[in-house]
Design a protein around this ligand. Structure first.
Ligand SMILES: [Zn+2]
Length: 64
């Protein structure tokens, strides 16, 4: 299970840490952990992560 990629901030060259962040997409607000730079606070939201969260939320919405 060693599939964790080490992400580095391009600016600071610091290893990113998971940070709970909220972001909005298509009118929905998501609260999830994203890799963020502990120094400058830059977050890296991958398309993959967004799509994963979107489909989760969409399923929840349809399940009502
Ligand atoms: Zn940084």
């Amino acid at each position: 299970m060693a599939n964790k990629k080490r992400l580095l901030c391009f600016k600071c060259n610091k290893e990113l840490e998971l940070k709970k962040t909220d972001f909005s997409y298509l009118g929905h607000t998501f609260f999830t952990e994203v890799p963020a730079c502990p120094r400058c606070g830059q977050v890296y939201i991958s398309e993959e992560l967004v799509k994963g969260r979107i489909s989760e939320v969409e399923m929840q919405l349809e399940d009502k």
